[in-house]
Design a protein around this ligand. Structure first.
Ligand code: TZP
Ligand code: MG
Length: 211
């Protein structure tokens, strides 16, 4: 398993509902462009379910395996176990994090946090990394909380916590550097790559922006 900080720099998230083009093609192009991690997040309006969803997950996982890119599943702990995914990412209201930590020893465990207090609890619960956001306004997640800018990341770092952080929400090539400068190990994003007509070039531009 790669060290968690190695997988965080350019963390691409998507499900079929987020893609302008074919999701498998989108992922392959994103990998060629230099993403460091992939999270399958099949969710919301137009999301696939059941067998169709699982079949897509398996196809995407196979592409990740081929290129040695960690394959992480959002929320769906049962699917993550069934597919033996490399990790699982959950939110504050999903499966209790203590259960996840218990069942996914040796896998990457990520938790979404919105405040310093949630970050402190996440560190106590021994999650491997936290997703902090939304940093900027996003139209991808319909029930997203209010954007906080990079303040929460700065607060977490000022408190002395060293837990690995990825920022999330409205991140693109123009603002990615500010997220890194605030103290994050990486940026996670959906639309900046999933809605690109050239995901490979978009990923390359993002990689260059965070160097
Ligand atoms: N959680 C907080 S914001 C967000 C999620 C899943 C959506 C991020 O999507 P985008 O397109 O990168 O703003
Ligand atoms: Mg969730």
């Amino acid at each position: 398993m790669k060290p968690v900080t190695e997988i965080l720099p350019l963390y691409f998230i998507m499900g079929s509902q987020d893609c302008t083009h074919d999701p498998i093609w989108t992922l392959e192009e994103a990998i060629k462009g230099g993403i460091t991690c992939f999270q399958f997040r099949e969710k919301g309006e137009h999301a696939l379910a059941g067998e169709e969803m699982e079949a897509l997950a398996r196809e995407l996982q196979a592409r990740c395996k081929e290129y040695n890119i960690p394959f992480i599943i959002n929320d769906d702990v049962a699917l993550a176990q069934k597919l033996d995914a490399d990790g699982v990412h959950v939110g504050q209201d999903d499966t209790p994090i203590s259960d996840v930590v218990h069942h996914f020893q040796g896998k990457y465990i990520g938790l979404s946090v919105h405040t310093l207090e949630e970050a402190i609890r996440a560190a106590q619960d021994q999650v491997d990394y936290i997703g902090v956001g939304p940093i900027f306004d996003t139209s991808t997640k319909k029930d997203a909380k209010k954007a906080s800018g990079v303040t929460t990341i700065q607060q977490i770092r000022k408190s002395g916590m060293t837990i690995p952080i990825v920022g999330i929400g409205g991140i693109n090539a123009d603002n990615a550097k500010s997220v890194m400068d605030a103290g994050a190990e990486g940026v996670s994003l959906i639309s900046a790559i999933s809605q690109s007509n050239d995901p490979s070039s978009s990923a390359k531009t993002l990689r260059a922006a965070i160097q």
